[in-house]
Ligand binder design. Structure first.
Ligand code: PLP
Length: 467
């Protein structure tokens, strides 16, 4: 039997070798990160900080991309599974988006006057999602913030319910979490700098738990809206269709806005997003990512009665009609940016032309990919399982008891073999080939083998890393 001290020596050697190899391969990314750290304050570097892996804690600096691949500043090629954090459904730089952007660049970037395609884009979003009216923002965060404001405007109530584990961007009004204080659940800001009065009207509930419906019922006269990430990107196994449908019945009966945050699910699970998938009509929905084709965008769509809070509602020329609905304040210099609108037009036309088969095929491929990996994990006794929702895959927390140190080193091994992930999962795009998927599967197998040789992920070493 290998002794604990031998395992430790073994593991340290493995780490040193991995760090040296990785640093050599990505030396310019590391060098530039260090050179500019004094000027560039970057939360994405700090988020992954760990003393053991500190020497590998820097972002890969991308130089170019095409299809499923990215090339970094040192000339290394990667099969990319981060895919712009969910933006690049069609891979990097697809010709139909590139052409639309080039055409618009040629014409200029007119801010102030309306972009010529904005009405057409709104109509396409309406026809794909079933939402009556559409408005534009620059990011998902802004779209969520505006949707909440619209719900509060129409209902005249202030409270918003959202669910633990969901992410809705970085608007102060959603940066709340539930915390048990003296046996009672309290809502507190998730980080310093967010005043608690920003979230005093927020309820944070358990997703998929029927008791949450009772809490909503108990607050029905104060709640303006319930904000839902239909399938949370960090909890992909939780796909509670019956709960969502009950939530719809309850919110309809109580006059509470049901707000679907479809930043990731929108146009991915189905052309009509999670609303179509779960057979639920929300009152308001927010979109972004895929629909912007790589340009920054946020979309607020919804029933006219809510959306009229932006412009007072529909009126006509040549008669006495006028904007009648109570309006709130919505603005933004860059909203309806001509480049974002041109890219969105190209994306939506493409999605419409392809039909639901595009998503069905990609989602099915993702499922098969995840199943192939899980079969391998099971056979090789790797304590890890994946699950997916549409073309997003990630850890299946119902089947993973804990992340050992070996597992947390896996993404570095994969980077070193030319694979970029999103955390411990990733996105498939229509640009990923069978060869790309095989490449990833083989890279995982090779990495696990090397980790085991280095004293990780074996029963003895697991015992060691847990102590
Ligand atoms: N909502 C969800 C579900 C998201 O996943 C994100 C971003 O990842 C956002 C909102 C915020 O979008 P953005 O980063 O464009 O502000």
């Amino acid at each position: 039997m290998i002794s604990k001290s031998n395992i430790k020596i073994h593991q340290n050697q493995h780490l040193e070798m991995l760090i040296a190899r990785y640093n050599e391969r990505t030396k310019t990314s590391k060098k530039l990160t260090q050179t500019y750290r004094q000027f560039l304050a970057d939360p994405r570097v700090q988020n992954g900080f760990n003393l053991t892996t500190k020497e590998m804690c820097y972002p890969i600096i991308g130089k170019s991309s095409k299809g499923s691949k990215i090339w970094d500043i040192d000339g290394n090629q990667y099969v990319d599974f981060m895919m712009g954090l969910g933006v690049n459904l069609f891979g990097h730089n697809p010709p139909f988006i590139k052409e639309a952007l080039e055409e618009q660049l040629e014409k200029g970037i007119q801010l102030g006057p309306q972009s010529e395609y904005v009405g057409e884009v709104a109509e396409m979003i309406s026809s794909l999602t079933g939402m009556e009216r559409v408005a534009f923002a620059n990011s998902g965060t802004e779209a969520v913030m505006t949707a909440i404001r619209l719900a509060r405007t129409l209902t005249g109530r202030n409270k918003i319910a959202l669910f633990s584990g969901s992410y809705h961007g970085h608007f102060d009004g959603t940066l709340a979490k539930a915390k048990i204080v003296d046996g009672n659940s309290q809502v507190v800001p998730i980080a310093p700098g967010i005043p608690s009065n920003f979230i005093e009207d927020v309820l944070v509930l358990d997703y998929g738990n029927p008791q949450s419906l009772e809490v909503i019922k108990a607050h029905e006269n104060q709640l303006a809206g319930v904000l839902v990430e239909p399938v949370q990107s960090n909890m992909l196994h939780l796909q509670p269709k019956a709960f969502i449908q009950q939530l719809r019945h309850l919110t309809t009966a109580s006059g509470i806005a049901l707000i679907f945050d479809e930043m990731i699910t929108g146009f991915r699970i189905h052309p009509g997003g999670a609303q179509a998938w779960f057979d639920v009509e929300a009152d308001l929905a927010t979109y972004g990512k895929i629909v912007g084709g790589g340009m920054p965008i946020g979309i607020i769509a919804g029933k006219a009665i809510y959306m009229n809070g932006i412009d007072g509602g529909v009126w006509n020329y040549g008669d006495s009609s006028c904007p009648e609905a109570k309006t709130t304040f919505v603005a933004g210099t860059f909203c309806k940016h001509p480049l974002a609108i041109a890219a969105a037009r190209a994306v939506l036309k493409y999605i419409k032309a392809q039909g639901a088969g595009l998503q069905q095929e990609l989602n099915q491929r993702t499922l098969q990919f995840v199943e192939a990996l899980n079969t391998y994990f099971e056979k090789d006794e790797v304590p890890f399982r994946l699950t997916n929702f549409a073309s997003l895959f990630g850890p299946d927390y119902t089947k993973i008891s804990e992340f050992s140190q070996g597992l947390s080193l896996l993404p570095y091994h994969l980077l070193d073999r030319g694979i970029i992930l999103r955390g411990s999962g990733g996105y498939l795009s229509t640009a990923h080939s069978d060869e790309d998927l095989d490449y990833m599967i083989n890279a995982i197998k090779d990495s696990i083998k090397e980790l085991r040789e280095g004293g990780f992920l074996g029963s003895e070493s697991d015992k060691y890393t847990k102590t």
